[in-house]
Design a protein around this ligand. Sequence first.
Ligand SMILES: [Zn+2]
Ligand SMILES: [Zn+2]
Length: 344
Amino acid sequence: MKSYQLFNWKTKPRLVDVPQPTAGPNQVLVKVGGNGLCHSDLHAVDDLCCSPLHLDIELPMTLGHEVAGWVEAPGPGVRGLEIGLPCAITAVGCGQCVLCAQGWNNYCRSRAKQVGMGLDGGLSEYVVAPVGAIVPLHSLAPWQAAPLTDAGLSSYHAVKRVLPLLTPGSSVLVIGVGGLGHLAIAALKAMCAARVIAVDQRPQALELGISMGADLGMLTNDTTAQQILDATAGAGVQAVLDFVGVNSSIQLARQVIRPLGHIVVVGRGGGSIDFTPRGLPYGACISSSFGGSKLELMELLALAEAGRIACRIERHPLSQVDTVFDKLRRNEIIGRAVIVPDGH
Ligand SMILES: [Zn+2]
Ligand SMILES: [Zn+2]
């Protein structure tokens, strides 16, 4: 089968022929129906070798951690998953720690290896996943569900963290309408009555934000903060979801957040903020966020299957994966690019 494998750190991965894997005990072989491309894949190639997130990853490794497909062969001891069942694949925690017991597998401290991050991933015709990572689909096609497992889940989790603040009459700012940001806008519109303000540097991305339901779209410039304050009668917003995470986006968030507001920085842009008690309005907080829980993925898939949220997707065959990654590197993907194995 064809797989897109990373052989050396900081070296372009290659599409190669490898033997089809088999599922071991408590594993499932999945025929890949779609795999979304993520900036984390680019980070994996460039930075993972030297980051604290390094999971003792052995190379070669097949990339791709936004995967959905169909159950091809349950391994020994796996029950209740029929062959042909459409399914999404999520990240799993250790299953033993307090955070996992609370359902926060995305914050598990043990950093178990995940499909596409330590285990061979979904940029392949087939992938093996731990049985606990399988989430059944109903009406959604695997290529539609794939980007929801990561881009969708990370934005949905960030939305849920600020949701209690977003009462009718409130406002929320989404910075960066990319693969994650456009789904955050859709989730916000599906789950609350807050006014959604979207900010991006790219006119096409703003158009996508408006099409997902944003009430107001603004191109980033020197007056963005003032425009947001004007649009909220000088009061600012109850919450900011920053999908960029550079110094200027965090600074924008700080300028427009209200007292008791919450800024969630999801983007890994390398920005920072100096904390002083007067650096933010009283009671406001800023936090990071990572992925989402398995339960939240189930909720998000239910929202998508009810027709309340859908990812903007461009589909490409596995043979084109190099070209599409180059497009992602140049920031030219509007929405999410999903790789579908040739002939599926
Ligand atoms: Zn990702
Ligand atoms: Zn755990």
